[in-house]
Design a protein around this ligand. Structure first.
Ligand SMILES: [Zn+2]
Length: 1146
């Protein structure tokens, strides 16, 4: 018997107002506790009491948050309810008045109790419910309630498996009938239970063995054909979910294929693709089709790179792997049932929690005589005052070279046209005297001046994939002149001949040059404009010296010419809904209707004899030039090509970067390209990013530019799979397709398509040479050394930038010798060309006449290694060196003969450290393919331990928090930068990266990786825009400004510097970043990296792997129960159709 006071308490509680409810928290807890204790007694046979208690609990749980339910679960509520069910069901005459509300309550609580399935199993509630369901097959309302309970029990896979053993699936197939309009609620509940049961692999096997695949397909077909008004989409969806679970088994897929499942579902998808209300059905159909599409190996003779290089210590010259279909691994059958209750895999497993590995470890492993070689690379340290005089004499009379535009900061000044008018001051003039447009005007505070003018551009559709005005602007923002149009037509140049000039002959020696070069020379002569910091002739000279693994003989015209994107940023592409599913259905169509598939190899590095003559009607491809990457092209249909990207040299992976020439196109035709061997699980191509295109004809018409182009872009997992026997530990991996459509601007044009704006090694060498020529040697100390030779035999440049001492006075010489160092590196990953554009901005800014740059030079020595992996860049690699290894995983123990650039960069840092000149900041520039904006990764022991939930050391641990200062400052200054994506966690998997090694071994607390998106920004003034090179270069300049501001805020900062900076930076700006930086908002460092590119945080709307969403199910079942409970006193059966009373005893 229930004690009357308790019931009183309940009724008091529930008659109380909302306000009273809030003020009586204690009451509430007490009431709950009493309620549970009463219920758990379970010896009451008083129907009225049990009903009252059930009512009270149900009311109690139906208001407020789920916290009450969880509280009840923690107090044994589930067990009590289950026991009540068993007792009631086993009584002589089970009472449906009790059972129905009890089932509803069970379902509600059970949905939120992770152990509910197990508890049901232990209390024998499972058997009892199955028996009740069998007895009530003809009583839909009772049956419905049993099904809800079964649905909740089946949430646990082990319990589901037990239900399967006990014949639950057979029972359900008795309930799930062909199309009917009666009892549809019950039928739907039965399909839901069946889908839940089929999450268990053993149930799936049972289903296959009993022929349920065919039954389910027939049932679905029946409902699909009769349910013309789409009233029962959810039943059809659940039937498909059942199939979807079954086809995760190989035997399930075989049964599905044998039952003509592909054809059936493909035709269903065709009929309802455009119908919004059919969304659940379509998405399930697509998922099943993807799962069942037979896997096949890539259409390559080997996944190993088409290029090899006899690198020292290389074990990887290895055996080419033939790809055989029978090697393809099965992914499901042997898998054991996994209980969904299993502990979620801990995300933070990669965090370093070993204190020894987090603590500084400043041991020098280089002997002193080794270190001495780096002294040569730091001649500024042994500088004496005679040097400058002997070099230039008292009266410096340096002629400006044609490129000397030292007051020109392209990255910054190009933002404002008026800048161009002010840049012709003479050497002697102090830049501060002029009304200089400094970088300071471009900091975030004044960012309104930056006008992303293309933001309002109309969104392009498939037929206009190239923004019309994108091609209307030349690199300096002027409209194209008509006379270049004329000259193009007059000359009638062969686009093929000039678009890829040979590098074997130089222009200075044109008598020996071949025909193509004569044309190219004419071309340059006719069209040469002064591209800032570039010179085609110099480029060609550098390209001749550049050594590639395969001996490239051609140059890509955009590199030769030095062309960039227009100065106006392009908006991100709006993704059309359903792009991916249309692509997938197209892929399925290839399988089911192969008659119109051409499948002709039109380009292959492995089969060069296949190269098409110019007469061929299909597109022609070329990738044998610096940074080029395309391995194979297969014409699939008339205007559709499957492309395969080459793996990194001496490797069989890292396909991501592409850069190739395509010619022989027709205009007004939409071409589709599918790059089918990508490796990353996600890409910014799913979130607004477009590849880049350069048209040679447009360039000849005076509109040379790399343009973001392409429509109907998406990136998805495809049916290709790596051979299981492959080496490199990458066996059985899946591949991804990047697909995009392009409309070319001209007939018979030659166009270049690239992953991102290319920046070759020869471009860098040209850039450095021009930079050196352009500087005023009295103002800028600029020195280029060779850090080392790469494995491929290319010099790796080391740049030193500072200022000469103000005078020969002892004081000035002392200041000069005491200048701290800053070390910046980039492009260790060759596919990250965006990092080179940022570096370009840094270099140009540092040598510029901007007063901020002047202050920086006068107060620091910059040591810059702009390209840590020249060989990788040259040979079109994405990630690795010529040895096929990721150089940013070699910092722990680099070896001079294997990883020379890393070895000597580390050596130089050790040297600087050994003479007390360890850098203030070390930063390595990278590119990021899965996130937007620009951000830093740093290292913090404390944040890492905290994030890992590790209490070692705990709060007593002291750590200098200055590592946060630079990112906070950049967050305020740089339009593209955001603190929100920064992270300061130290991962075990990153123990061998530059950032972590420089932090730990060299004790540089401000050791960073700076990541720039390939895509663009989703915050700040560039929100919604894709990066051009201008935004990236600006970031490079802003990084330098950040270094100055950081210095101003440091204790070491001299009064003199502070005074000069204060005079320079107007009060507003100073206030802006000096004040507000310190009060900078708390930032998130919660993103833990999985790779350099962590998995995307954004939602993909077409995930191949998403099974039915548990959250959604929870809400939906809740809703159904609620609806039922609400209507329980009314005449039931609007849907059920029969006005049958629910009085019969189960
Ligand atoms: Zn990287």
């Amino acid at each position: 018997m229930v004690e009357p006071p308790v019931l009183d308490a309940f009724s008091m509680y529930f008659t109380g107002s909302g306000a009273r409810e809030h003020q009586s928290n204690k009451w509430q807890l007490l009431a709950k506790a009493r309620c549970l204790s009463v219920l758990s007694l379970q010896n009451s046979s008083d129907k009225a009491s049990i009903l009252a208690i059930l009512q009270v609990i149900s009311d109690l749980l139906s208001v407020g948050t789920d916290r009450r339910i969880y509280y009840m679960i923690s107090k044994g509520g589930s067990e009590a309810l289950l026991q009540t069910l068993v007792d009631t069901a086993r009584s002589a005459s089970p009472d449906s008045d009790i059972l129905l509300p009890l089932f509803r309550l069970l379902a509600k609580v059970g949905l939120r109790d992770k152990k509910f399935g197990q508890k049901a199993l232990e209390s024998e509630a499972l058997d009892v419910t199955l028996i009740l369901a069998r007895k009530n097959l003809s009583h839909s309302q009772n049956l419905l309630h049993c099904l809800w309970a079964l649905r909740v029990f089946a949430s646990s896979v082990t319990t589901g498996a037990m239900l399967g053993i006990n014949g639950a699936m057979e029972l359900l197939f008795k309930v799930i009938s062909p199309y009917t309009r009666k009892h549809t609620r019950t039928i739907r509940a039965a399909t839901e239970v069946l889908a839940a049961l089929l999450k268990s692999k053993s149930n799936c096997r049972r289903a296959v063995n009993r022929g349920y695949v065919t039954s389910l397909l027939r049932l679905h077909q029946d409902w699909h054909s009769h349910d013309v008004t789409n009233t029962y989409v959810l039943i059809r969806h659940e039937l498909l979910l059942c199939l979807r679970h079954i086809v995760t088994l190989r035997s399930g897929r075989e049964a599905f294929l044998a039952a003509q499942g592909m054809e059936t579902l493909f035709s269903i998808a065709q009929t309802c693709l455009e119908n919004k209300s059919m969304e659940p059905v379509i998405s399930a159909v697509i998922q099943i089709l993807r799962q069942c599409y037979p896997e096949s190996p890539l259409p390559l003779v080997t996944t190993r790179s088409a290029y090899t290089f006899p690198a020292p210590g290389s074990s990887s010259s290895g055996l080419p792997q033939g790809l055989a279909e029978e090697d393809l691994e099965d992914d499901g059958d042997e898998e054991m049932d996994k209980d969904s209750d299993a502990e979620a895999v801990k995300e933070d497993d990669d965090l370093e929690t070993d204190m020894n590995k987090l603590s500084p470890n400043p041991g020098f492993d280089l002997p002193e005589e080794e270190l001495a070689q780096y002294a040569v690379m730091c001649p500024e340290l042994s500088y004496n005052c005679e040097e400058l005089e002997s070099k230039y004499g008292d009266d410096l009379n340096i002629k400006a070279t044609p490129f000397a535009n030292h007051h020109h900061i392209p990255s910054v000044a190009s933002l404002r046209q008026q800048c161009f008018n002010r840049e012709h001051s003479s050497w002697g003039q102090e830049s501060e005297d002029t009304d200089h447009i400094s970088i300071l005007h471009l900091v975030k505070g004044g960012k309104s001046s930056i006008r992303p003018s293309s933001k309002q551009r109309p969104v392009m559709n498939g037929n206009q994939s190239i923004p019309q005005n994108g091609f209307g602007i030349d690199s300096s923002g002027h409209d194209a002149s008509d006379d270049s149009q004329a000259s193009l037509e007059q000359a009638a140049w062969d686009i093929e001949a000039i678009s890829c000039p040979r590098i074997t002959a130089s222009f200075s020696n044109s008598t020996k040059s071949e025909e193509g070069n004569e044309t190219a020379e004419k071309l340059l002569h006719a069209h040469l404009k002064n591209t800032p910091f570039h010179d085609p002739h110099l480029y060609m000279a550098n390209a001749m010296r550049t050594r590639s693994a395969v001996g490239f003989k051609m140059m890509a015209l955009p590199d030769l010419w030095g062309h960039c994107p227009p100065t106006t940023a392009q908006p991100m592409l709006d993704r059309k809904l359903g792009v991916q599913r249309i692509k997938i259905l197209e892929d399925v169509r290839r399988l089911l209707q192969p008659s119109d598939v051409i499948n002709k190899v039109v380009f292959s590095l492995d089969e060069p004899w296949l190269l098409q003559g110019p007469a061929s009607s299909c597109l022609r491809f070329q990738s044998k030039f610096e940074s080029g990457n395309l391995r194979k092209a297969i014409q699939v249909r008339e205007f559709e090509y499957d492309l395969l990207v080459n793996a990194d040299v001496n490797s069989s992976q890292h396909q991501q970067w592409f850069y190739f020439k395509v010619s022989g196109m027709r205009t007004a035709v939409i071409y589709r390209f599918n790059i089918i061997n990508c490796e990353k699980p996600n890409s910014q191509f799913n979130y607004g990013m477009q590849p880049t295109l350069y048209s040679v004809k447009e360039a000849l018409l005076g509109r040379p530019a790399w343009i973001r182009t392409g429509s109907e872009i998406c990136y998805y997992k495809n049916r290709y799979r790596q051979n299981a026997a492959a080496v490199d530990g990458a066996s059985g991996k899946h591949y991804y397709t990047l697909t995009f459509a392009v409309t070319f601007p001209h007939n018979d044009d030659a166009c270049y398509l690239a992953y991102h704006y290319p920046y070759t090694y020869s471009t860098l060498m040209t850039h450095l040479e021009i930079l050196e020529r352009s500087i005023d040697p009295r103002q800028v100390y600029f020195r280029q050394d060779v850090l080392c030779q790469t494995l491929g035999g290319n010099p790796c440049p080391l740049v030193t930038i500072t200022a000469f001492p103000e005078s020969n006075s002892a004081e000035h010489l002392e200041q000069f010798r005491c200048r701290p160092y800053q070390v910046i590196t980039a492009r260790v990953h060759p596919g990250e060309s965006n990092a080179s554009w940022v570096m370009k901005g840094t270099l140009e800014f540092l040598v510029s006449s901007d007063p901020v740059a002047k202050l920086l030079r006068e107060n620091f020595v910059f040591k810059i290694i702009p390209m840590l992996n020249p060989d990788g860049v040259i040979n079109g690699n994405h990630r690795c060196s010529l040895r096929g290894e990721d150089l940013n995983r070699q910092w722990l123990i680099p070896q001079a003969h294997l990883q020379p650039t890393i070895y000597h960069t580390k050596g130089l840092l050790h040297y600087l450290s050994s003479i007390g000149k360890g850098p203030v900041v070390f930063c390595d520039f990278h590119g990021h393919s899965q996130k937007k904006n620009v951000f830093l990764y740093g290292c913090s022991m404390k944040e890492t331990l905290w994030q890992a939930g590790c209490t070692v050391g705990g709060s007593a641990l002291l750590e200098d928090v200055s590592y946060r200062m630079l990112p906070k400052i950049l967050d305020k200054l740089a339009p593209a930068f955001t603190m929100n994506s920064c992270s300061f966690l130290v991962e075990k998997s990153r123990a061998s990266t530059a950032r972590v090694v420089v932090w730990r071994e060299l004790g540089v607390s401000r050791s960073y990786t700076m990541e720039s998106s390939y895509c663009g920004c989703n915050q700040g003034p560039y929100q919604g825009l894709q990066f051009g090179t201008r935004e990236l270069e600006e970031m490079g300049a802003m990084f330098c400004l950040g270094l100055l501001v950081m210095e101003l805020r440091s204790a070491r900062c001299s009064h003199k510097l502070l005074a000069r900076a204060t005079a320079l930076l107007n009060a507003d700006v100073l206030d802006h970043y000096l004040q507000r930086c310190s009060s900078s908002s708390s930032s998130s460092s919660r993103f833990s990296e999985v790779d350099d590119e962590p998995s995307c945080m954004e939602e993909i709307d077409y995930s191949a792997d998403s099974s039915s969403d548990p959250e959604h199910n929870l809400a939906e079942l809740d809703r159904q129960i609620q609806e039922c409970a609400f209507n329980k006193d009314e005449e039931e059966g609007t849907e059920e159709g029969i006005g049958q009373r629910r009085r019969s005893v189960p």
